[in-house]
Design a protein around this ligand. Structure first.
Ligand code: BGC
Length: 424
């Protein structure tokens, strides 16, 4: 991701590729909401369609601006080009510290009127509300709470391999992975893209080092923690996992990796719970066709990833009205339920009934509440919730280089991480 504040938008204009899609886009008209998002896989598209339905039912015109590419890097680039050319969409899928960077550019709309009317302050966990505000005013609206530190499994593959229960430690995990390999199947379905590499890496750091280490090394970017023996163990464990992936992993999309687990070609996948949305969209039943568990060693922790939409300043009063309606709809109980049932996440709105949700979601909700009290609730770095986009990009690159090149030693990777962590 590009760091916005280091390159003012005017300068950025020359740096970004303005694609034909961006050029041909017309500005949002009255009652129209143009929504830029990256929900294009089966489960994601089903979820996004629910928002479209609700907005259409309110009489608005939905203009879909979907940009394929898991993790949203492509979407972020296109969004920049649209804003730079003075033609922002109504809403863009932006989250975490990037919201602050966009707000600092002066391009985001103030949502306080909607937030006040809808009582967002009392409906959101404070840790989430704070991320949505810039200088005390709402500029973005949250959609959900995804948990990142999950591992997914195919129970039939585990049965064939003679693996009983989900692994709770890395010793158990590697023992299970060996058994799966022995029966000729792929132990770990992985998509080799840097956000997916880091999704695995941060879960390993959390499982190997615990919450305090995760926080110090990856959130606070403390050189002592990055240079520690625990980081050595994290990198070694991470590299060992690679030995259980298949040769076709590089470049693979995350949902194709999920499909490998679904089809019984692979045993496990490390991925956030949008993977559950994928299983569900294919008609799979949790607990029967697929299993969910906290990644090894992380049951007392919760790496959160809150999807949100930032709203851009628009000129036309009708477009502003539609935008306010969109913000209100996103936080409304109807959307929060139906969207999250499809997306694999849990509602971000507090006090929602979870009767219709499955056991993975109920576990997520319980752990969200418990870890908020214990300190185990931590922002996901891989999903843009923790550190500046510039530092995030730099440490992601190091981790992926280490994953892809066995010649890079653990000590080298540690040194590179130290220097990447100081990226401003
Ligand atoms: C987003 C999810 C999305 C996933 C895969 C994550 O960063 O938060 O909403 O499903 O990437 O694209």
């Amino acid at each position: 991701m590009l760091k916005i504040s280091s390159m003012r938008l005017s300068k950025l204009a020359s740096a970004v590729l303005v694609t034909s899609a961006a050029l041909s886009a017309v500005s949002a008209g009255a009652g129209e909401v143009e929504v830029l998002h990256y929900w294009t896989s089966g489960g994601e598209a089903k979820s996004a369609a629910e928002l479209k339905k609700i907005m259409q039912a309110k009489g608005h015109v939905w203009k879909d601006f979907a940009v394929a590419g898991g993790g949203g890097d492509n979407a972020a680039t296109l969004l920049k080009s649209r804003v730079v050319s003075g033609n922002p969409p109504s809403a863009g899928q932006i989250k975490g510290p990037a919201i602050q960077e966009w707000a600092a550019e002066g391009v985001l709309a103030n949502l306080d009127a909607t937030a006040k009317a809808e009582k967002w302050d009392s409906l959101l966990p404070k840790v989430v509300a704070d991320v949505m505000k810039y200088k005390g005013s709402y500029v973005a609206v949250p959609v959900n709470v995804h948990r990142v530190n999950w591992v997914w499994a195919n129970p039939e593959v585990l049965r064939k391999a003679g693996v009983v229960g989900m692994p709770k430690t890395y010793d158990e995990f590697f023992a299970a992975a060996d058994k799966i390999k022995k029966v000729g199947l792929i132990a770990v379905a992985h998509g080799g893209q840097n956000w997916q590499d880091f999704t695995t890496f941060e879960s390993v750091a959390l499982g190997v080092g615990g919450v305090k280490f995760y926080h110090e090394a990856l959130v606070a970017l403390d050189p002592k923690a990055i240079g520690s023996d625990t980081m050595v163990k994290t990198l070694e464990t991470f590299r060992k996992i690679k030995g259980y992936t298949d040769a076709a992993a590089p470049g693979r999309d995350w949902n194709l990796a999920t499909a490998m687990v679904m089809k019984g070609e692979a045993g496990f996948q490390f991925m956030g719970d949008w993977a559950k949305g994928e299983f569900m969209a294919a008609g799979k039943v949790p607990g029967k066709d697929f299993l969910c568990a906290a990644a090894p060693g992380t049951s007392n922790a919760f790496t959160f990833n809150v999807d949100s939409f930032a709203m851009f300043k628009l000129k036309s009063p009708d477009a502003q009205k539609a935008q306010g309606d969109l913000a209100a709809a996103i936080m409304g109980p109807e959307f929060q339920e139906v969207f999250n049932l499809n997306k694999g996440s849990i509602p971000v709105r507090l006090n929602m009934k979870l009767d219709k949700f499955d056991d993975c979601a109920k576990l997520s909700s319980k752990d969200f509440v418990d870890t908020a009290k214990s300190g185990g609730l931590q922002p996901s770095v891989a999903h843009g919730m923790a550190i500046s986009p510039a530092a995030e990009g730099a440490i992601k690159d190091v981790v992926s280089q280490f994953w892809n090149d066995n010649k890079i030693t653990v000590a080298d990777a540690q040194k590179r991480l130290l220097s990447a962590a100081s990226t401003k």
